[in-house]
Structures are given as structure tokens and as C-alpha cells.
Design a protein. Structure first.
Length: 112
């Protein structure tokens, strides 16, 4: 019986400028599987759930921080939102592909 392993897509880590990024010390990265080892769907699903939890934690933190920035800007007599900065966020997310800027806009909206 010939079992075909699933196609695995490797996505490079990129920094905020779209340049290759090395994992920071202590940052969790998935362990490299042994050659010939194919994780089962349950293991892959668990890893996706772990990543989702981490994304949710980061999105909540980003939202808190963005709201604090808006409050500080208003307290300092400025505008709540700076259009150029929001456009820069959307541009940074282009590294994720065609939907990257849409994701950035959702994150920006989340903080309003």
C-alpha cells in the first residue's frame, strides 16, 4: 500500500518589514518531525488550536495597546487615528498574500 503524505507548506517567518526573521530566543517553534514521520490529523489539529490560542492572546493584546494609543493621542490633543499609520499597517500585512491587508483592516477595526 502506497501512502502519500500530505503536502506541507513552509511559510518563512518575516519581520515587520517583510524581511526573513529568525525565531527569537525562547519563542516556541514546532519541532521538526523525524524524517519519514507524518503527523496524524489529530496532532495537526492540536497544533492549529495552540496557534489559534496564541493568535487570540496576541490580538487581544494588540487591541488593548491600540486603544491605549488612541486614548493617549486624544489626551494630548491629537486625532484618534492617523490615516498614514493605518495604511502602513495594511502595507506590512501584504507579506501574507492578497488577503493580508484585509486582515490588517480587521485588526484595526477591532481596536475602534
Amino acid at each position: 500500500m502506497n501512502v502519500r503524505s500530505p503536502d506541507i507548506i513552509t511559510v518563512p517567518l518575516l519581520d515587520s518589514y517583510g524581511e526573513p526573521d529568525e525565531p527569537a530566543a525562547g519563542r516556541h517553534t514546532a519541532a521538526e518531525p523525524e524524517p519519514g514521520h507524518v503527523p496524524d490529523s489529530a496532532a495537526l489539529t492540536r497544533e492549529l488550536e495552540r496557534l489559534d490560542d496564541e493568535l487570540l492572546r496576541l490580538i487581544r493584546r494588540r487591541t488593548e495597546l491600540a486603544r491605549a494609543v488612541v486614548s493617549r493621542r486624544i489626551a494630548e490633543g491629537g486625532t484618534a487615528y492617523v490615516h498614514e499609520q493605518e495604511l502602513a499597517v495594511a502595507r506590512r500585512f501584504r507579506v501574507l498574500g492578497p488577503s493580508g491587508p484585509d486582515l490588517a483592516l480587521l485588526l484595526l477595526r477591532q481596536a475602534r
